[in-house]
Design a protein around this ligand. Sequence first.
Ligand code: PHE
Length: 347
Amino acid sequence: MADLNELSEKLNGIRKEIKTELEKLESSKSVFEYKKTIFDSKTGKVGSLMREMGKIPNDMKAEYGKRVNEIKTWAQDLFDEMDEKFKAEEMRLRYESEQIDVTMPSIKPKHGYLHPNTLIRNQIVDIFGSMGFEIYEGSEIETDYYNFTALNTPDDHPARDMQDTFYLSDKFLLRTQTSAGQIHVMEAKQPPIKIISPGKVFRSDDDATHSPMFSQMEGLVVDKGITLCDLKGMLDVFVQKIFGEGTSTRLRPSYFPFTEPSVEVDVSCFQCQGKGCKLCKGTGWIEVLGAGVVNKKVLEGCGIDSDVYSGFAFGIGIERIAMLKYGINNIKHLFESDLRVLEQINE
Ligand code: PHE
């Protein structure tokens, strides 16, 4: 370097260039990158100045060093200032974009629901459980004897036609009714007996209100002095708990081989309070279950003395109750597992 003027010119040029370049930059990151190139000790416009010291005449060395340090401090300050300015703006933008609206409604977590059948079954079990009933779970494969013969329905009995049966062999079948459980319980135990027996049953039957597989809840009470009045009183409590206060029952004569007398039980329509509506087809009543006083023949067949003991039995269709309670018009909705249907029904 020939003289100080030349040095001044060179350094001024560098300052000018840095200033112009900095004006073009738009982020703290680009300032950082640019600073790295300027201060690079080998190639940087400022960083490499000290390497030139060797070429500087001795009498200029002190002044050169001083000026180089000056430009270094100047550049450093300038970069710091720019960096601060950009960072402040960047921070502001970030805060603005990350602002959270705490009043916004949250996204509801998805969770499963119990199936309507399960809901109804649990409710029924709770109601009878609170009345002191025990649960007996029978098996879905039964012998012809337990499903029919022991229930006073021998081979040639016309009542066998009431239920279209899936036979597995001459002897075995898919139970058509949870009533088969009555026999197992009475064979195993002398009264007092007070059980409910929920489970799947099978019949070759298929339309909007019937399915080849459905669920029943059997009830059986055997003790001294049990009458149809006990059945009626217990059913009144049951229907009020499941369909709401103010619901009452009506018994109509019916026929089942294993009960005598037999009844169909209607509830007063819980939708129109008995006035007559679409649900009860204008009658004010809805049929919900079959029941009756246990046939003496059935008691005797199980080794229970029918002169000492008597009992009542009832069979509730779980899907039927679920359909009535939740306004489901086709039993298939209960078996198709369509979440859109199931999600509407939760308690
Ligand atoms: N088992 C009968 C049916 O499935 C219902 C029932 C049970 C009737 C108990 C009387 C007593 O239709």
